[in-house]
Design a protein around this ligand. Structure first.
Ligand code: NDP
Length: 246
């Protein structure tokens, strides 16, 4: 993993699940990690674990739904390390429900975190990456970003949007500024994502599916692979799901 070494990598949603696994795996391979999420105790523990293993990591408590927080996160990374090589826009929530339940507040939250969070992340790092004439923005979509099922309309809409934004970013910035753009779309992965589902019935149904889930490290390895490819090689899209997931 030579091309990972010493890269400065910001990961949002790094306090659990895919973000935590990615932070640990990339740090093991010599990258300098800036972890971001809201739960400070989790971030502190993960940074200590990384340091104990000889890795390098810092954290900043961040709400990705706040443009100001995302700007501060990028400034923090720049101040500490002088550059930003990669942003992994990973933070996300999935309070799925049927549209007729009218969970308007949850729709707003999903749009704020899953779409605006990604856009605010891009806004926070793009000027620096353009100046550097290099950088890599990795956006976490989902298999729900390719198809819709009952209860997934709004969540799917946010993940379709993530793919649209990533592809637009690629078309605009890769030729002009040498900035790589990657969409990673996981299937069922064993994390805390289902905790945000408010309906007990839907939660029970989705929890059944978690039995087939892959480890968050499977997704982390895909993220490590796309970063480690030579800088002239853009891996634009990966779908990764349990072999047995339909
Ligand atoms: P987790 O719930 O384990 O992790 C979600 C992370 O997002 C947490 O670290 C959480 O931290 C963070 N987060 C949530 N809201 C905010 C916010 N407002 N500001 C900052 N951070 C926030 O789930 P996953 O690891 O599974 O989720 C990671 C990504 O993977 C998401 O985008 C999800 O949609 C996607 N995904 C997951 C799949 C799965 O099956 N698990 C399948 C397909 C896609 P904190 O609460 O501390 O802020």
């Amino acid at each position: 993993m030579e091309n990972l070494k010493s890269k400065v990598i910001i990961i949002t949603g790094a306090s659990s699940g895919i973000g935590e696994a990615t932070a640990k795996l990339l740090a093991q391979n010599g990258a300098k990690i800036v972890l971001a999420a809201r739960r400070e105790d989790r971030l502190q523990t993960i940074v200590s674990q990384i340091e104990k293993e000889g890795g390098e990591a810092i954290y900043k408590t961040t709400n990705v739904a706040s443009s100001e927080d995302m700007q501060k996160l990028a400034q923090f990374a720049l101040k500490q390390y002088g550059r930003i090589d990669v942003l992994v826009n990973n933070a996300g929530i999935m309070p799925v429900s049927q549209l007729n339940e009218l969970q308007v507040q949850e729709w707003d939250q999903m749009i704020d975190v899953n779409i605006k969070g990604v856009l605010y992340g891009i806004a926070a790092v793009l000027p620096t990456m353009r100046e550097q004439k290099s950088g890599h923005i990795i956006n976490i979509s989902s298999v729900a970003g390719y198809s819709v099922s009952p209860t997934s309309s709004v969540y799917s809409a946010t993940k379709f949007a993530v793919r649209a934004i990533s592809e637009g970013l690629r078309q605009e910035e890769s030729p002009a500024s040498n900035i790589r753009s990657t969409i990673i779309s996981p299937g069922m992965t064993d994390t805390e994502l289902t905790h945000s589902i408010s309906s007990p019935d839907i939660k029970a149904m989705v929890s059944q599916m978690v039995k087939m889930a892959i480890s968050p490290y499977s997704v982390a390895r895909a993220i490590a692979y796309v970063i480690n490819e030579p800088d002239d090689t853009g891996v634009n899209e990966i779908v990764i799901r349990p072999t047995v997931q339909p």
